[in-house]
Structure formats: structure tokens, C-alpha cells
Design a protein around this ligand. Structure first.
Ligand SMILES: O=C(O)C(=O)C[C@H](O)[C@H](O)COP(=O)(O)O
Length: 224
């Protein structure tokens, strides 16, 4: 944990230390994070297998449905090579639950004081969503160096990220929301983008149909 501590200097010259391991360290060289909704055990196994077969070993399992936490537990236990992130974590209680389920890192669509403080208390790598300069400043006040930009294409996309790089050169982003097969390379080419997230690698219709071969092909297109 110590090695990955992020140290930032605020505008007053005070040093802020955040001892949380950063999410980018968990990703290794994975730059595309599939955002998924899993509804049952069969989908959990099928999807994990399909992603791994396509060279993708990270997954953001959203808590958009009841099964989310069970899916996290199951994939953590059955696929140790998979880096499992919890998404749509919207409360401190949900954060505690996903940590108990064994998750490697936590992502939320927005940033609140309660959420950052919960992550710091639990010692879990945390990627909060931001959509404005004020929210980036709040992240900096907590010593964070990495944020999700959400909903990325709605809040300015490439232009917003270029603009943020002026005042916030030490902050790295994971744009998510509107990122797709057709634009993800443009996002990844920006110096302050560490990874992108999106649902296009595992669309709900393919997951429901159990078309694992099609999902593997979508993954291969980004890992090739
Ligand atoms: O559920 C969450 O916690 C979210 O933050 C939302 C997702 O990250 C985006 O909805 C993915 O966006 P698309 O790739 O455009 O489908």
C-alpha cells in the first residue's frame, strides 16, 4: 500500500498524502474496462469466461440489480485471474458490502465526502466519478489522483479532458459513459486518460442471449 501512495501538493503548498492504492495499479496493462450487469450465476460464468477468452481480465460489475454483489463474490472466487471492480457503488453501505464480497476496487458514478471517507476507512482502491472542475478539486482535497469522468461524452468528452489537463495535470481519468468501439482510441490517446470504461464489450442483449462467442470477439477487437 505504501509504495502506491499518492502525494499531491495543494495550491497552498501543503502536502496531501492519500494512502489508498490507486486503481491504475490494479489494471496492469488493461486499458478498457467492461462495465457489466449480471443477472444470475449462468451469466456470471459465461461472461467471465468470454472476457478472459478475449484477453480482458478486468470487469466492473455494477450494483444496478440485486445480483451484483453475488456476481462479485462468485467471479472473485471462481476466476482468480480476473480483477473485479464494483460499479454503481452509491453509498458507504454498498461499499462495505462489496469489500466484504472480496472486490479489488470500487467505482462510483459521482463523488461524495461520505464515499471517499468510507473508501479511506476500508482501505479499498476507489475511483470516484467527476463531471466538473469543482468535483476534481474535491478529489484533490482528499489526495486522490485518479477519477472516472462520467458521463464522459455528455460532459464534454475529449474537449473536457484536454481542458482539465491545464489546471489538473496530475489527475488521471477513466472516461465512461458514451465511450464506444468507435471513439475509445481517441480517449486513450490523451495524456491524462489511464483507461476507459464502457458497456460495449458486454452488451446486455448478448449477455441475456448467452452469446459468449460474440463477446469474446468484441474483446479481441480491443486487445489485439
Ligand atoms: O452504472 C454506473 O455506475 C455508471 O457509472 C454508468 C456506466 O459506467 C455507464 O453507464 C456506462 O456507459 P455506457 O458505456 O455508455 O453504457
Amino acid at each position: 500500500m505504501k509504495a502506491s501512495a499518492a502525494i499531491l501538493e495543494s495550491t497552498e503548498g501543503e502536502t496531501i498524502v492519500n494512502n489508498l492504492p490507486v486503481v491504475s495499479k490494479l489494471l496492469g496493462n488493461q486499458q478498457v474496462v467492461p462495465v457489466v450487469v449480471i443477472e444470475d450465476e449462468a451469466q456470471a460464468h459465461g461472461l467471465a469466461g468470454a472476457l478472459l477468452a478475449g484477453g480482458v481480465s478486468v470487469i466492473e460489475i455494477t450494483l444496478r440489480n440485486e445480483y451484483g454483489i453475488k456476481a462479485i463474490e462468485l467471479i472473485k472466487q471462481s476466476y482468480p485471474e480476473m480483477m473485479v471492480l464494483a460499479g454503481t457503488v452509491n453509498s458507504a453501505a454498498q461499499m462495505a458490502a462489496v469489500v466484504k464480497a472480496g472486490v479489488d476496487g470500487v467505482i462510483s458514478p459521482g463523488l461524495t465526502r461520505k464515499l471517499v471517507e468510507a473508501a479511506q476507512e476500508l482501505g479499498v482502491p476507489y475511483l470516484p466519478g467527476v463531471a466538473s472542475a469543482s468535483e476534481v478539486l474535491l478529489a484533490i482535497e482528499y489526495g486522490l489522483t485518479e477519477c472516472k469522468l462520467f458521463p464522459a461524452t455528455v460532459v464534454g468528452g475529449i474537449g473536457a479532458l484536454k481542458a482539465f489537463n491545464g489546471p489538473f495535470p496530475k489527475i488521471r481519468f477513466c472516461p465512461t459513459g458514451g465511450v464506444s468501439e468507435s471513439n475509445y482510441r481517441e480517449f486513450l490517446a490523451l495524456p491524462n486518460v489511464m483507461c476507459v470504461g464502457g458497456s460495449w464489450l458486454a452488451p446486455t442483449d448478448l449477455v441475456r442471449k448467452g452469446d459468449w462467442a460474440a463477446i469474446t470477439e468484441l474483446c479481441k477487437a480491443v486487445t489485439a
